[in-house]
Ligand binder design. Structure first.
Ligand code: HEC
Length: 158
């Protein structure tokens, strides 16, 4: 480091006289301070918000197999539309997403023997997408919380 000696009138428009020692710290000009206010906890979504967010998760994640109308594809992908498989038991809709599903199942009188891989979605995302499904495609309604998804994730019971 050198010393620069400057003489003459002080021109505050060029140099205010204020020193900032931080540029001499190892982080240099990139010194950042952490915000001292803790981030607000994630907002708990209302049912309508879950349906709206869940719709877009459905389009990007489930739709390639279960189709835009939720009717699936005969002999390959079972319908979510009016499905009697998870009717009255949302856990049966959560389960294939967190654990995957394979082997013979019967949905609305038709047998399927395919493989659904478990989906890498967060509890929050799964709560949203299942709430969307329960309230779409002629299904009977209802709502799912992330806590319910976590409970299903922890149980190996299919
Ligand atoms: C790669 C294709 C694929 C994707 C992606 C997929 N599934 Fe499935 N899903 C299947 C198959 C195949 C079965 C039937 C498995 C069997 O026959 O045992 C199934 C079964 C189900 C069932 C139970 C049966 C029924 O029709 O009610 C539900 C509920 C379900 N999937 C929901 C979802 C949701 C929600 C998503 C998105 C988060 C999703 N699936 C993504 C292929 C897929």
């Amino acid at each position: 480091m050198g010393i620069l000696a400057v003489g003459g009138e002080v021109d505050k428009t060029i140099y205010s006289g204020q020193l900032d020692e931080r540029i001499y710290q190892p982080e240099g000009g990139a010194v950042q301070s952490m915000p001292d206010v803790a981030k607000a906890p994630a907002k708990v979504l209302s049912k309508d918000e879950r349906i709206a967010v869940g719709k877009s998760i459905y389009s990007s994640t489930c739709q390639p197999c279960h189709q835009a109308d939720g009717k699936g594809i005969a002999n390959s992908f079972p319908p979510l539309a009016g499905s009697d498989y998870f009717k009255g038991n949302a856990t049966k809709a959560i389960n294939p997403i967190v654990h995957g599903l394979s082997g013979n199942i019967t949905v609305n009188g038709k047998t399927f023997n395919g493989i659904m891989p478990k989906q890498s979605l967060s509890d929050e995302e799964i709560a949203n997408v299942v709430t969307f499904i329960l309230n779409s495609f002629g299904n009977e309604g209802g709502a799912v919380t992330p806590a319910q998804v976590l409970a299903t994730r922890k149980s190996s019971n299919k």
